[in-house]
Design a protein around this ligand. Sequence first.
Ligand SMILES: NC(=O)c1ccc[n+]([C@@H]2O[C@H](COP(=O)([O-])OP(=O)(O)OC[C@H]3O[C@@H](n4cnc5c(N)ncnc54)[C@H](OP(=O)(O)O)[C@@H]3O)[C@@H](O)[C@H]2O)c1
Length: 327
Amino acid sequence: MDHLFSKKDLGRIGLGTWQMGMKGWGKDYDDSSVLEAFIYGVSNGLNFVDTAEIYGNGRSEALIGKALEYLDRRRIYIATKVAGYNATPRRVKRSLYGSLKRLGVEYIDLYQVHWEPSIYTNMEYLFRELENMAGEGFIQHIGVSNFSLDGLKKASSYLKDFRIESNQLKFNLIERPGNDIIQYMYENGIKLIAWSPLAQGFLTGKYGVCRKPEGFIRKLNVLFSEKNFKRYDPLIKKLKEISLKENATVTQIVLSYESKLGVLPIPGFKNMNQVKEILGALKPELSEDHMMEITKILEELGTIKAREKMFPGIIPNFLVRTISLFI
Ligand SMILES: NC(=O)c1ccc[n+]([C@@H]2O[C@H](COP(=O)([O-])OP(=O)(O)OC[C@H]3O[C@@H](n4cnc5c(N)ncnc54)[C@H](OP(=O)(O)O)[C@@H]3O)[C@@H](O)[C@H]2O)c1
């Protein structure tokens, strides 16, 4: 079986689509303009697309399905996720069929378990069932998301004919998972798909103490605090300085830096301008000097530890399901 992330035509930056199907990200945007932006981005190189059955309760997948009517499906890598509370040996098949139907596709390129299941789930049987569905051709590759080092090791040990291709974790310039899991993934060829690569907009340079983002999702994000804006002000200033020299934008410098670290960033977007800006990050590789300048300032300022696990394992599925209704 070939490895997904060694494919030559797979873009080094992808597109996240949580924003596409979900309200709560501030000023509303309509389906047709977001679809137009999506189609433009995918056709021009952002051909790794991340979605999930829970984004807008299936709405994100359905919108992608609509976009696929105008695109060559064979040239797009579709990654979707089964919600952690549906990731049980008994329920996972129904979730997969739901995603296939909404997306209007015959197979999923990367099927990910959205978060590490609770301790009441038989992980071994779950991963065997995933492997069965892959054997039937509905899934090309198996991945996970928000898995701890321990969970990742266990999941890998349950697979026989397939392997864990990737673990999707919160990763950006200032929010990082532990070095131990990064090291393990690197040594075992498990790709780190970086969610929140723009720290939900914090790293685009447009927000600050006097200008905070709208919408409940980022109101709940403790990163957007006065303390953090002050702490990372020197970083934003440095990014602005570098962006002028590189003839790029702050967002492009951030994505370029992250992709050069070897992770796959999947920025979320809301309109055509943002997609065009993200596309611009594919072109110039950030110079080594500028990479080093950014690394140096991050060492001085320090980073924030991002938890790998989304929910503590002792919380039962029905409770997680209720909490997730708000995601
Ligand atoms: N596996 C998981 O558990 C998990 C969790 C979260 C997300 N994800 C995935 O990761 C993707 C991205 O992560 P994220 O949603 O946390 O956010 P993000 O990519 O860090 O930030 C997205 C936000 O940044 C702003 N933005 C985007 N492009 C921009 C540009 N060119 N210039 C200026 N601002 C720009 C937009 O908000 P404004 O315009 O309003 O500022 C956008 O909503 C999601 O779509 C989803 O696919 C996965």
